[in-house]
Design a binder for this molecule. Structure first.
Ligand code: NAD
Length: 251
């Protein structure tokens, strides 16, 4: 894809699922990748996969709820590769979902801290470095729960918030040559969903049967969208929630 080769990308939640696939996809297109995750084993596995394919990647343990970790993640991109061009702010958590009045405040705070404030912390650290390079491209992972009531209340609120942040960042930093978009995956076959399937296989079967594509999404299909959004092929796509859901929300 145009403009990805020789760029530098950071990917949060790069040790599993969607973030692993976007890390691999950036590397396949010739970018250098900083893989960030709280899961050290998963993160190292991703960098080994990239290196065994002749790519260039560095793992950094970073918790997106910790501003120092996030600053160190961006610093790793500067130290190892000399700058930052692309970011996939993707780390996130889900839960099994109850009705909103049944959550306690700590559960609410945790969800918002990882899924929404975590993206803001990343943007805050990444944007100044992209301004120094006179541009960049960012994709934040939202969800179909960011544009509909699919997903529990605090998950949906966090993912709606990611789209708001993405839109506002677009308005604030368009003059600096930075593009921001959000990707909104449907139900994707990653450890997050596999865990939910183990907890309640009938529910996952019911959800899968309701997807017009007739199957779960492959994390690679989300990664293709993320890297395309960062490429010059998407140069006029700005501030958008891009839904990749096998037709789930078309119904
Ligand atoms: P996953 O559980 O396979 O991967 C998530 C990764 O994020 C894990 O490696 C985990 O260690 C990491 N992570 C969690 N908390 C973190 C933190 N505080 N700091 C740094 N890393 C952290 O899940 P996935 O399905 O690949 O999900 C990736 C993103 O996609 C999430 O934001 C999720 O909400 C979103 N999403 C997933 C689906 C789906 O169906 N799988 C659908 C819509 C949106």
């Amino acid at each position: 894809m145009n403009g990805i080769q020789d760029g530098v990308a950071v990917v949060t939640g790069g040790g599993s699922g969607i973030g692993r696939q976007s890390s691999l996809r950036f590397a396949e297109e010739g970018a250098k990748v900083v893989v960030a995750d709280v899961d050290e084993d998963g993160g190292h596995e991703t960098t080994e996969m990239i290196e065994s394919n002749d790519g260039d990647a560095t793992f950094v343990r970073a918790d997106v709820t910790n501003s120092d970790d996030v600053a160190a993640m961006v610093q790793t991109a500067l130290d190892e590769y000399g700058g930052l061009d692309f970011a996939h702010n993707n780390a996130g958590i889900a839960d099994e979902g109850t009705r909103l009045a049944e959550y306690d405040e700590a559960e609410w705070d945790r969800m918002i801290d990882v899924n929404l404030k975590g993206v803001w912390r990343c943007l805050k650290a990444e944007i100044p470095e992209m301004i120094k390079r006179s541009g960049g491209a960012v994709v934040n992972t939202s969800s179909v729960a960011g544009v509909s009531a699919n997903g529990s209340a605090h998950y949906a609120a966090s993912k709606h918030g990611v789209i708001g942040l993405t839109r506002r960042a677009t308005v604030d930093y368009a003059d600096d040559g930075i593009r921001f978009n959000a990707v909104c995956p449907g139900v994707i076959d990653t450890p997050m969903v596999q865990q939910a399937g183990e907890d309640n296989s009938e529910e996952l079967d019911r959800i899968t049967a309701g997807i017009p594509a007739g199957r779960l999404g492959d994390p690679r299909e989300i990664a293709d969208t993320v890297v395309w959004l960062c490429s010059e092929d998407a140069s006029y796509v700005m501030g958008q929630p891009i839904i990749v859901d096998g037709g789930l929300l078309a119904q």
